[in-house]
Design a protein around this ligand. Structure first.
Ligand code: NAD
Length: 485
């Protein structure tokens, strides 16, 4: 085993878990046994909640301008430790070093946003009647929880850590049991940055601990990022227990390609979007809807896809089960009559025979009823559906139950505007393959890609991680009494 067993992190210390149940942590890159992760029990969560509750009074009373100083230092530490974190991220998740380095850069950008919160969180004050003032303040919630997926071991935790904590909350994070290592390193950096013990805690595990989080009476809010199936379970259970919950789910993102799209740029974007992080991004292009004659662009997409080599500029998928699931989607589409233009099945990487790789795959003549057209594949696969009109393309996009992202490739501004208006997704791109809004804009989808109100990052996160206090104040008895005093 390459690393020591993973431990929970409670009250500023790495601690043993009360349960003896563990899972192996295996690197998708080459099958190396990296570590083991404990499957915590509800009693471990109790310890973490106790620590977070004890830390809350002092942390929430620390002025926000002082709280964000921790995040200025944390940002510098992320920069200093970028290489180490990126290597760890690649090892446990399977993405390439370049993709992991970009992930840490994004953590830095997210932290930078949190340091600007004092500028954004100022309340309002108005004299509403003679001498009577109404004032609003954003108040932290208390102990909050963040449940995260495997595909961004550092970035998704940082969607929530800097904002929730800078806003005065104390957090318990539940990393994915498939990639538990990066979060431990983040805990070390937060401590080095001066975060008081108990403000940030990690409890590892799987279903049992997620259920315990949703049920724990002292946890005020739960954020979740993962598949739609689990997002629904978590949202239902947490809100049923009267908690605030924001649960981000899976995706099936459509790229609409019009005949006037710039071929080279479009092909590069489509290929990069479907294969980046081995297609394991909730913003990845998964279906391309070609409108009219786009064969010349499809040819170029295939050329670009063939330049993407597993183990070189394409990382591994998370595990064997995932590899088999992705390959079975391709095989099923082939059986149903789709044409495999670039075939990523049976990918082998020399010297990494125990790694789990799928090569880039382009499937043409997909029909809207096929599973590859409708379901989230979460691998480096693009399914091409051909249509004659933009409205047909939009009908396909609109019919999908998800709604994370959609993009259009065209040079026609009016058409782009029309698609922005009609697409049923929270994040839309024009000539952009991965339309992730950058800070300070918020990240969040629609439909079955998100349950709950608001978005998880950017300005919108302020509303999720705080509650509004409204005070009405009068100090001047000489103003007399009227209907409102
Ligand atoms: P997942 O839903 O399997 O797991 C997410 C978290 O839930 C993990 O921490 C896991 O331990 C826990 N979990 C798993 N099954 C559970 C259950 N039955 N009950 C309670 N908890 C459970 O997701 P994943 O495979 O880790 O991540 C991939 C998915 O996440 C994809 O669907 C992807 O689209 C989605 N995702 C969405 C976004 C977004 O912003 N919408 C971002 C990243 C990933």
């Amino acid at each position: 085993m390459k690393y020591a067993p993973v431990q929970n992190y409670i009250n500023g210390q790495f601690t043993h878990c009360s349960s003896s149940k563990t899972l192996d942590v295996i690197s998708p890159v080459d099958g190396t046994h990296l570590s083991t992760v404990p499957l915590s029990a509800a009693s471990d969560l109790d310890q973490a909640v106790k620590a977070a509750k004890a830390a809350f009074p002092a942390w929430s009373k620390t002025p926000i301008k002082e709280r964000v100083q921790v995040f200025f230092r944390y940002k510098t530490l992320l920069e200093k430790n970028l290489k180490e974190l990126a290597l760890l991220c690649s090892e446990e998740n399977g993405k390439t070093y370049g993709e992991s380095a970009a992930e840490i850069e994004k953590c830095i950008e997210l932290t930078e946003f949190a340091t600007s919160l004092p500028q954004l969180i100022t309340g309002e004050l108005l004299e509403v009647s003679k001498g009577v003032e109404c004032r609003t303040e954003h108040v932290p919630l208390g102990v909050v929880a963040s449940i995260v997926p495997f595909n961004f071991p550092a970035m998704v935790p940082n969607w929530t850590i800097p904002n929730a904590i800078a806003l005065g909350n104390c957090m318990i994070i539940k990393p994915s049991e498939k990639v538990p290592l990066c979060c431990g390193k983040l805990a070390e950096l937060l401590k080095e940055a001066g975060l008081p013990d108990g403000v940030f805690n990690i409890v590892h595990g799987d279903v049992e601990i997620v259920e315990a989080i949703c049920d724990h009476p002292a946890i005020e809010a739960v954020s979740f990022v993962g598949s739609t199936k689990v997002a629904k379970i978590v949202y239902k259970r947490a809100t049923n227990n009267y908690k605030r919950c924001l649960a981000l789910g899976g995706a099936k993102n459509h790229l609409m390609v019009l005949p006037d799209a710039i071929p080279g740029m479009t092909a590069q974007n489509v290929a990069a979007s479907m294969s980046g992080c081995a297609g394991q991004r909730c913003m990845a292009a998964s279906a391309m809807v070609g409108v009219g004659p786009v064969d010349h662009i499809i040819e170029k997409i295939c050329e670009e896809a063939r330049k993407i080599i597993p183990g070189e500029n394409l990382g591994a998928v998370i595990n064997k089960a995932s590899q088999e699931r992705i390959e079975s989607y391709i095989t099923e589409a082939e059986k149903q009559g789709a044409k495999i233009l670039v075939d990523g099945r049976n990918a082998k990487v020399k010297g990494k025979e125990n790694g789990t790789y799928v090569g880039p795959t382009v499937i043409d003549y997909v029909t809207p009823d096929m599973a590859v057209a409708k379901e989230e594949i979460f691998g480096p696969v693009i399914s091409i559906i051909r249509t004659n009109t933009v409205d047909e393309a939009l009908a396909i996009e609109n019919a999908n139950p998800y709604g994370n992202a959609a993009s259009v490739f065209t040079q026609n501004g009016g058409m782009a505007r029309y698609i922005i208006e009609k697409a049923s997704a929270g994040m839309i791109g024009v000539n952009v393959g991965v339309p992730v809004p950058r800070e300070p804009f918020s990240f969040g989808g629609w439909n079955e890609s998100k349950f709950g109100v608001g978005d998880i990052t950017g300005k919108s996160s302020i509303e999720f991680w705080t509650k509004l206090k409204k005070s009405t104040v009068k100090w001047n008895p000489e103003a007399g009494i009227n209907w409102m005093s």
